[in-house]
Design a protein around this ligand. Structure first.
Ligand code: ADP
Ligand code: MG
Ligand code: MG
Length: 252
């Protein structure tokens, strides 16, 4: 059963077309990887899928759990179960990490948990990520190191349990141990939500080592130029993007 179905998606920011006729289908429980050189449009795809108003879709459509959400506002998509972890997580002074997660759950109509149970679950998730419990009470991402911000994103993933999570370079800038913990957090999310689907944007394989990858897609110049299985990740790491950049040039 399909969680996400993207067809012929063309999108622009201001007057610049960034995504060209992107097609992508992700089924329940699948983990997809999106790779590509800098500036290919990977983050843009994450923003367009989650409804960032800076981007506009000029052609094509996005179906989420069977519903056409192409024109839906970002908050509605989030409520429906879409999650984007940012490449550069935002700092939110005056809102604690714990309050942020609780209010996000409320907005999704999923704050059925009693405070005590919520705290227990939050504590357990923070333990998986080796996050100090005091971070729950700190303002969201304010004064967090780069690695702590990324952990806070994975914590949100674990607590919000979205139907589709897009992780945009959540592993970049993390040391080896932090990548392993992030990966553990992702596995915990998968274990708790067997139907949850992931789109992982990454440059490295380390975060994927412990994860089962169902499909890999290569994006160059806003086009998905190749898709394959998990072995495509290793091929890219050996050979780089040159072959795919040539393909993209031919297609234009
Ligand atoms: P990636 O995540 O693959 O590195 P991005 O999606 O961040 O790529 O960017 C794709 C292209 O879109 C780049 O050429 C970038 O300069 C351009 N771009 C992204 N955001 C904007 C914006 N707000 N205004 C103009 N160009 C943008
Ligand atoms: Mg799976
Ligand atoms: Mg990016």
């Amino acid at each position: 059963e399909q969680i996400l179905q993207v067809e012929g998606l063309t999108a622009r920011v201001e007057d610049k077309v960034i995504l060209h006729e992107v097609g992508l289908t992700i089924k329940k429980g699948e983990t997809h990887v999106l790779m590509g050189p800098n500036g290919a449009g990977k983050s843009t795809l994450g923003y367009v899928l989650t409804g960032n108003p800076k981007y506009s879709v000029t052609e094509g459509k996005i179906l989420f759990k069977g519903n056409d959400i192409t024109e839906e506002a970002a908050d509605k998509r989030a409520k429906a179960g879409m999650f984007l972890s940012f490449q550069e997580p935002l700092e939110v002074p005056g809102l604690s990490l714990e309050s942020f997660i609780r209010s996000a759950l409320s907005e999704q109509g999923r704050n059925k948990m009693r405070v005590w149970n919520f705290r227990k679950e939050l504590k357990a998730a923070m333990e998986v990520l080796h996050m100090d419990p005091s971070y729950a009470g700190r303002d969201l991402n304010v004064g967090f190191s780069g690695g702590e911000k990324k952990k806070s994103e994975i914590l949100q993933l674990m607590m919000l349990k979205p139907d589709l999570a897009i992780l945009d370079e959540t592993d970049s800038g993390l040391d080896v141990d932090a990548v392993r913990l992030a990966s553990e957090g992702i596995r915990e999310y998968q274990k708790e939500n067997p139907d949850g689907a992931l789109l992982i944007i990454t440059h490295s394989t380390r975060i994927l080592d412990a994860l089962h990858v169902d499909a890999t897609h290569i994006m160059v110049n806003g086009h998905i130029v190749a898709s394959g299985d998990a072995s495509l990740v290793d091929k890219i790491n050996r050979e780089g993007y040159e072959e795919y950049e040539k393909l993209a040039q031919k297609g234009e």
